[in-house]
Design a protein around this ligand. Structure first.
Ligand SMILES: [Mn+2]
Length: 355
């Protein structure tokens, strides 16, 4: 197991590589090219430059998060084949520099949904939060709220130029129900997994966040049953998952340690996002929490124990942190709280390993 830390690059992240290097036990930088439009090939030279930068800081680069999927692939338009060819070339280029895992998601329109990016906790820290009642309204209101709370950072999946066209996007997805979206995922997987096998790259599909249909948009990675269906689409071991404990944990019916035990032993989990959340009221409302188990609703010890017991040998990164100690970072991606989370998770791991 190696601990990683997500990084948005020299221009788009207030966190520096040296900051990451100074977190005890941080070995991996989980990066991406954020300036390549979705659907275009990631140029080899740019990938090499990113890797060189990360390695010069004494860190490793073997996981990319994310190579996003063009809407035409998710909608299933005839133009998808062009974007799939581009994706195949990006896989080849990433493999050339030693990348082993590609995280991606298959969510229509919104990559992730929160209704508040600066929810204030009793201790004065701020966290991302979700209240279901806000998703009963026009998505445009939510888009404005998210974009006004971005602290000046461009939020992946919430790019203003893309969401300016949100009404067109909703029209384009009008006929895409869960069955069709799943068929489009299978079409994509059947096309790219042979390339992944050639290149020794494993895909790591991220769960839908939150794991339920919103704004009438379908969701096909909500729970263990969905994961079994996705494995059944294509049995290749390159067809893997990112287990995001927060996203899956946003449905209290999901037993995360059981999901870990089922899929890690199959060799389908190269990447874990470790995050705690706290349910705040009725039904599915939640806010994000510090990683410590007692701060949230998830048992992080049980999660780390399941990973340890199953011989997990991939990368774990602390997922979203709160804004603490006066930091006003990229929402969910400040330095301090994620660094505390990484250290805590490493402490759990050491205790489990030595006991
Ligand atoms: Mn995640």
């Amino acid at each position: 197991m190696e601990m990683g830390f997500r990084w948005y690059g020299p221009d788009e992240d207030a966190v520096k590589l040296r900051d990451i290097r100074q977190i005890p036990g941080a070995k991996q930088v989980v990066g991406a090219l954020f300036d390549v439009p979705v659907g275009e090939v990631w140029p080899l030279a740019k990938i090499k430059a990113l890797k060189a930068q990360i390695e010069a800081a004494g860190l490793k680069f073997t996981i990319v998060e994310s190579v996003n999927i063009h809407d035409d692939i998710k909608i299933g338009l005839p133009t998808r084949d062009h974007y799939i060819e581009n994706y195949q070339q990006t896989i080849r280029n990433l493999a050339q520099v030693g990348v082993k895992t590609i995280c991606y998601n298959f969510m229509p329109i919104f990559d992730w949904i929160r209704t508040d990016l600066h929810f204030e906790l009793a201790d004065g820290s701020k966290a991302l939060a979700f209240q279901e009642r806000y998703t009963a309204e026009d998505p445009q209101a939510l888009i404005q709220q998210i974009q006004s709370g971005d602290n000046g950072f461009s939020l992946p999946g919430w790019e203003p130029e893309r969401l300016a066209k949100v009404q067109q996007l909703f029209k384009a997805y009008a006929d895409v129900d869960a069955t069709r979206l799943a068929a489009n995922l299978k079409y994509f997987l059947d096309a790219i997994l042979p390339v992944c096998e050639e290149c020794h790259i494993q895909m790591a599909l991220h769960p839908d966040d939150p794991p339920m249909p919103l704004f009438g948009l379908p969701r096909i990675f909500k729970n263990a049953a969905d994961m079994r269906a996705i494995v059944a689409m294509n049995a290749s071991l390159a067809n893997g998952f990112t287990i995001c404990t927060g996203s899956l944990g946003e449905n209290p019916d999901n037993d995360i340690p059981a999901i870990i035990r089922e899929f890690v032993v199959q060799g389908r989990v190269p990447f874990v996002h470790a995050r705690n959340i706290k349910f705040t009221g009725n039904g599915r409302d939640f806010r994000e929490a510090a990683h410590l188990s007692s701060e949230g609703s998830l048992d992080m010890f049980a999660i780390m124990k399941a990973l340890h017991d199953t011989g997990f040998d991939g990368v774990i990164r602390p997922d979203h942190g709160r804004d603490i100690w006066g930091e006003a970072g990229r929402p969910g991606y400040g330095l301090y709280d994620r660094a505390l989370g990484l250290t805590y998770l490493n402490g759990l791991w050491e205790a489990i390993a030595k006991s």
